[in-house]
Write a protein that binds this ligand. Structure first.
Ligand code: ADP
Ligand code: TRP
Length: 325
């Protein structure tokens, strides 16, 4: 069985982009792969400075994953900061990381370009911690969204640097980027769905908020009675991620026939989202009442993860001279 590893930052309520581009794929792989999935709270520290908020968001994302069907019996599911070897390996890797490699990293460059006044060392070395997250577990595959591609390339560079400086230690991880849903469109019909554009549909939000988000999808001004083009409409695009071929055809026919307004289409979409996420929403309510269970799941996930991490660190210590043998 091939091993996969992926992480998600604890930085807010997940939206359809996160679900289709990341979470759904991670969960689907639990039956066919040996999976390590973790909540990147050390990475979240680069932006979240409120301890209560960080604790809450870390638990929330754990609840989201479990509600969506992640099975902790099959997946090693844990919190990054519970496995201190992530930080330890990050330091060791930083000693073979060329400064210029990090200067070229998009996430850092973008933050500075957007006017970040005092970028921290943590933001600058974000990719090194991410490389440590990955290399500790020697995964075959790292499933991520398109925006993380460069981080995986940096990880491969650092693995190669370490191996050539010392000796063969880390196998090369392969990125796995879903083609079809690599880019889920936002409610503005223009940009990718993202928290930073404020164009999201949060499938675990209360019904009123969810309805408001669906109803806010931007459409053109074709009058109700006239035919419409489904292929240029964000409502139809989002619907098509969840509908069967038959359902898609039926909605497309209604668009083309005329006499069917965008308001009607949005109602169909909302119903579809409720139908798809209904059971998950119910499960989420139950899980949110049992935080002890959530904490136990993460604890036992961390114990399992740690046995693997410690094994890799023993090799790293040997290969670098950080032990007396
Ligand atoms: P956001 O852009 O809302 O801040 P994150 O950067 O936290 O989202 O993304 C978390 C995960 O979800 C990443 O793996 C990312 O690739 C994926 N993702 C986010 N937005 C989308 C989208 N619109 N389409 C596909 N995948 C997405
Ligand atoms: N940087 C990733 C994101 O923002 C999260 C992440 C941290 C990650 N460490 C990882 C993803 C290791 C894959 C593997 O989405």
């Amino acid at each position: 069985m091939k091993r996969i590893l992926s992480g998600i930052q604890s930085s807010g309520t997940p939206h359809l982009g996160n679900y289709l581009g990341a979470m759904k794929n991670h969960i689907a792989m639990q039956d066919t792969h040996e999976c390590f999935i973790f909540i990147a709270d050390l990475h979240a520290l680069t932006t979240v400075r409120d301890p209560e908020k960080l604790r809450k968001m870390t638990r929330e994302i754990a609840i989201d994953y479990l509600a969506l069907g992640l099975d902790p019996e099959k997946v090693t599911f844990f919190r990054q900061s519970d496995v201190p070897e992530h930080s330890e390996l990050a330091w060791i890797l930083s000693t073979v990381t060329p400064f210029g490699l990090l200067e070229r990293a998009h996430a850092y460059k973008d933050a500075v370009a957007k006017g970040m006044k005092e970028p921290t060392v943590g933001l600058f070395t974000y990719p090194v911690l991410m490389a440590a997250d990955i290399l500790l577990y020697k995964p075959d595959i790292v499933p991520v969204g398109k925006d993380q591609k460069q981080h995986i390339e940096i990880t491969r560079d650092l693995a190669e640097k370490f191996n050539s400086t010392y000796q063969e230690t880390f196998p090369m991880p392969e990125p796995h980027i879903p083609e079809d849903v690599g880019y889920v469109i936002g409610t503005d019909g223009e940009h990718k769905m993202s928290k930073s554009y404020g164009n999201v549909i949060e499938f675990f939000a209360d019904e009123k908020t969810l309805k408001k988000q669906v109803m806010s999808i931007t459409t053109d001004s074709t009058p109700l009675e006239e035919p419409k083009d489904p292929d240029t409409c964000a409502v139809y695009k989002i619907y098509s991620y969840f509908a069967t071929e038959e359902e898609k055809k039926s909605l497309a026919d209604k668009y083309r026939a005329g006499g069917f307004g965008y308001g009607d289409a949005k109602k169909v979409l909302l119903e579809k989202i409720m139908e798809h996420f209904g059971p998950f929403r119910q499960k989420r309510i139950e899980l949110a009442e049992n935080l002890e269970y959530i904490d136990t799941v993460l604890q036992s996930g961390a114990e399992k993860a740690r046995t693997v991490a410690l094994k890799t660190m023993a090799e790293v210590r040997n290969h670098t001279g950080l032990n007396f043998q």
